[in-house]
Structure formats: structure tokens, C-alpha cells
Ligand binder design. Structure first.
Ligand SMILES: Nc1nc2c(c(=O)[nH]1)N[C@H]1C(S)=C(S)[C@@H](COP(=O)(O)O)O[C@H]1N2
Ligand SMILES: [Mo]
Length: 451
């Protein structure tokens, strides 16, 4: 949707409209308590205990929003198809649902999943393992919708826009999808997730399903498809969601010309159980593995930090794009051990031991090292790190807490130079910081939310 004027009133209204679903912890129902990275824009991640079910319940499914969650009225909602088409169209939800119904099980993973593990770190949502989930999506093939409009010669990319409205002067979240991916039989416009209408947070009434590709292409609250003869040149295509095509050294500065859009996700696995402590004897190691459009064929397990490996058992259903469960019987002796899982896909790609660092921290898939203390009794939890008591200057409250709260800052671990660039990004989006306030603000950000 087009940006609205950046009035203070709009910012306040957007802030109040941020609906935060109260996720409750309950092990009986298989529900886990999602970790709140930010209450608004809503960013929630699934803790590792959730990586136990093949299909992720909607209540356990991570949420990633670049701006406030829009409220869409299904009765008046329309999908507009325009640009290089023979017949520009506006389709209602009922008209879309008349097309052949398709079901697909597929993993949705945020490109930034695992960002918090990269060293050196970078700004952005500091995801650990859980900005990924696997759902059954029900909808229609995107290519069937395109066929209704008929493509003109030269149509090569689909500009996708949702009903979400940017905050302040931030660029609208708009993405483009190459025609070949849009025309793939598995690329859908979904209206259901796990057999129920999409929830507001997951894109009601319609979202894009781009199996095998990272979440940034899975546009939510879809309202517009415009056929273009070029890749869209907005911020979320040309600046965000790009990574170097070749290996770069950690911490390197990479020229924009060296960056390509993020597409395929990587083969990966997460260990759900045991947690940080287990009793000596037989311990069941369980988790899930997933991949891009080349399915997982094997998961190896190590209980000695990667020195020796044994094949884990694959459980449940083998689907092209879904989670694959695994388990492994571990004979655990007393002591501290490092469990690791390493998934391999049909194309022969395997998880690396070292992460492939890139400037924005995308597509992390290094093998997870899970330290487990094996002892008869549970050790006491290590003391939490005390927060620095740096005093907030007045400018912090006015300039930084008007769109979102300090969850956004608390999760970062940035140097003063990185905070400087972050403040430039935010002032570009509408935060007001006077020249003579900037230094005190940066001192505070680096002291309170620094390395
Ligand atoms: N319109 C719109 N679509 C969007 C987003 C957004 O902010 N706005 N976030 C994207 C990103 S970055 C991800 S990872 C997925 C997250 O989907 P989920 O919140 O349903 O898990 O939605 C994508 N679709
Ligand atoms: Mo994402």
C-alpha cells in the first residue's frame, strides 16, 4: 500500500493499533511460549522446544512484520492485477476461491533466521533458531490468477504489495518475484494455514507461498500484483534482502554491485531435545531438518562437538518442502557434551560447520552446537547479565520511542559506529535527532545496547 503522510498522529495511531496476541505457555497442548523480539512491529520467534512437530501449530509459528499489522476487511478486500497484462483485473476473495484448490506443505523461513549468531554482528531482528515454521497452505496457483489477466510480451517480474502501511517515511514493503518462480506450479496464493483462514499476523486474507524461498518473498495481506519488465527497484529489493554471490571475509564491506537477491533457503536442522541438562543414560535427541526445493535425505548427529558422526533416524513424512523429523538414541555419560546435527539434501548440499558471513546476516545454516550438561541433578542456571545503567538522554525518548519500544534496541549488540549508521537509517525514516543531540544519543546507545 502507498505510504501515508508522516504525521505524528499517524505514528501514534499505528503504535496503538499494534495487536499483540497473548501467547501462553502450555506443554499439554504442544504449545510453546513464543519469544517476543518486538511487540510492534510484531516479531516473535519459536523457542527450540517447538522443533518437535512436523507441522508447526499456528500458535507456535513465528511472526515477522516490518510495520504494524493491518486490519483487512475480507468483504471489501480486492486483489488488483495491473501493469503488463491484457486485461487489468480486480478479484474478490470469492472469485479467487473459485479457482482450483491446491494444498502444499512447506517451510517458511525468514532470511534473517540465525542472524544473532554471526560474528561480527549486524543490526536487524536478532533471530536465534526460531524464525521458521512448517505449515499446510491452502490456496490457488498464482499462475492461474495470472492467466485470468493474460500476460503481455515483456512481462518478467511481479511487483507484490500488501495492505500494510509503512511508518513515518520508511519505504513501503514491496517485493518483486521473477516470472519463472511465479509460474511454478508450487507457487500459490494461500488463504488457509493448517486448515483455517490465515490469521491477521500471517497475512489475512491472502498471502504468497514461494516454497523453497526465504520469507521475504512470501508477501502477506496481498492487495496488488503489477507485471513489470524489470526487477522492482524499491528499498526492499535493491537494498534489503541482498547478499554476496561469493564468499566474503567476516566483517568485509561489500560493494552493492556484488550483491544478489536472496532466493533459496539453505539445508538446516535444529535440535529440540534434550535441553541444556539431561540425566545420564539413554537420552532421546530429537529435532527437525529442512531444506530448499531439494528435500532432506540424511541427518547426522555428533555427541562430541563434530569429531564423530552417526546417522539419525528420519521420522514422519517425506515432503518436498516440509520439515523432516529426526531422532537419535544417545548413550549419555556424565560430563559436558556438545551435540550437533548436520542435515544433507538430495542435491548433496550439507550444513557447514562454519557460518557463511554476509553483511546483512542472511541464510545462516551452520551446524548448531548444543551444549548439554549430563548430571544426575539439574545444575543451577547461570546468573543473568546485568544491564548497564547508562542514563537515557531526553532525545532518546522523543526520537526513538515514538514508533516502536526499546525491544528493537535491546536485542542489538552494536558498536558505536554501527549505532551511528542505524540512527541514520531511522532519521531517514522520520526520527528527529538534532545535530547537537546526536553524540549523546550515540554514547547512550553504545553503552546500553552495545557489545
Ligand atoms: N506485506 C508484508 N509481507 C511480508 C512481510 C511484511 O512485513 N509485510 N514480512 C515478510 C517477511 S520478512 C517474512 S520472514 C514473512 C514472515 O511471515 P509470518 O509472519 O507469517 O511468519 O512474511 C513476509 N511477508
Ligand atoms: Mo524475513
Amino acid at each position: 500500500m502507498n505510504p501515508m503522510p508522516s504525521t505524528r498522529r499517524h505514528l501514534l495511531k499505528a503504535g496503538l493499533a499494534a495487536a499483540v496476541t497473548p501467547y501462553l505457555a502450555s506443554s499439554a497442548s504442544g504449545r510453546v511460549k513464543l519469544i517476543t523480539l518486538s511487540p510492534g512491529p510484531v516479531d516473535l520467534e519459536m523457542p527450540v522446544e517447538g522443533f518437535i512437530s512436523e507441522i508447526t501449530p499456528v500458535e507456535n509459528f513465528f511472526v515477522r512484520c516490518h510495520t504494524m499489522t493491518p486490519k483487512v476487511d475480507a468483504a471489501t478486500w480486492q486483489l488488483e492485477i495491473s501493469g503488463l497484462v491484457n486485461t487489468p483485473l480486480k478479484l474478490s476473495l470469492a472469485e479467487i476461491k473459485k479457482l482450483p484448490k491446491v494444498e502444499l506443505i512447506g517451510v517458511l523461513e525468514c532470511a534473517g533466521n540465525g542472524r544473532s549468531f554471526y560474528k561480527p554482528g549486524m543490526p536487524g531482528a536478532q533471530w536465534r533458531f526460531g524464525s521458521v515454521g512448517n505449515a499446510k497452505w491452502t490456496g490457488v496457483r498464482l499462475r492461474e490468477v495470472l492467466a485470468k489477466a493474460g500476460l503481455k510480451p515483456g512481462a518478467a517480474h511481479l511487483l507484490l504489495d500488501g495492505a500494510d502501511v509503512p511508518m513515518g517515511k520508511m519505504p513501503d514493503f514491496q517485493r518483486s518475484l521473477p516470472l519463472a518462480k511465479a509460474n511454478h506450479e508450487d507457487t500459490l496464493l494461500a488463504y488457509e494455514m493448517n486448515g483455517k483462514p490465515l490469521t491477521a499476523e500471517h497475512g489475512f486474507p491472502i498471502r504468497v507461498i514461494a516454497p523453497g524461498w526465504a520469507g521475504d518473498s512470501w508477501v502477506k495481506w496481498l492487495t496488488k500484483i503489477e507485471l513489470l519488465d524489470h526487477e522492482h527497484d524499491g528499498f526492499w529489493m535493491k537494498t534489503a534482502y541482498r547478499h554476496p554471490a561469493k564468499h566474503v571475509e567476516p566483517g568485509a564491506t561489500v560493494a552493492p554491485a556484488e550483491l544478489v537477491p536472496v532466493t533459496d533457503i539453505n539445508v538446516k536442522s535444529v535440535i529440540a531435545t534434550p535441553g541444556a541438562w539431561a540425566k545420564p543414560g539413554a537420552v532421546l535427541v530429537q529435532g527437525v531438518a529442512w531444506s530448499n526445493s531439494s528435500p532432506v535425505t540424511k541427518v547426522d548427529l555428533s555427541a562430541d562437538g563434530g569429531k564423530t558422526w552417526n546417522e539419525a533416524k528420519l521420522l514422519g513424512n517425506a515432503t518436498k518442502y516440509g520439515f523432516r523429523r529426526f531422532s537419535y538414541q544417545w548413550k549419555a555419560a556424565e560430563g559436558t557434551h556438545t551435540l550437533m546435527a548436520r542435515a544433507t539434501n538430495a542435491a548433496g548440499q550439507a550444513q557447514p560447520m562454519e557460518p557463511e558471513w554476509n553483511p546483512s546476516g542472511y541464510l545462516y545454516n551452520a551446524s548448531q552446537a548444543r551444549e548439554v550438561v549430563v548430571a544426575k541433578t539439574q545444575p543451577s542456571a547461570p546468573a543473568a547479565k546485568a544491564e548497564s545503567a547508562a542514563e537515557a538522554p531526553a532525545v532518546y525518548k522523543q526520537a526513538c520511542l515514538s514508533c516502536h519500544d526499546d525491544h528493537m534496541m535491546r536485542q542489538q549488540h552494536l558498536t558505536r559506529a554501527q549505532w551511528d549508521r542505524e540512527v541514520t537509517k531511522m532519521t531517514g525514516w522520520g526520527s528527529e535527532v538534532k545535530d547537537d543531540q546526536r553524540s549523546a544519543l550515540l554514547d547512550f546507545l553504545a553503552a546500553r545496547f552495545g557489545l
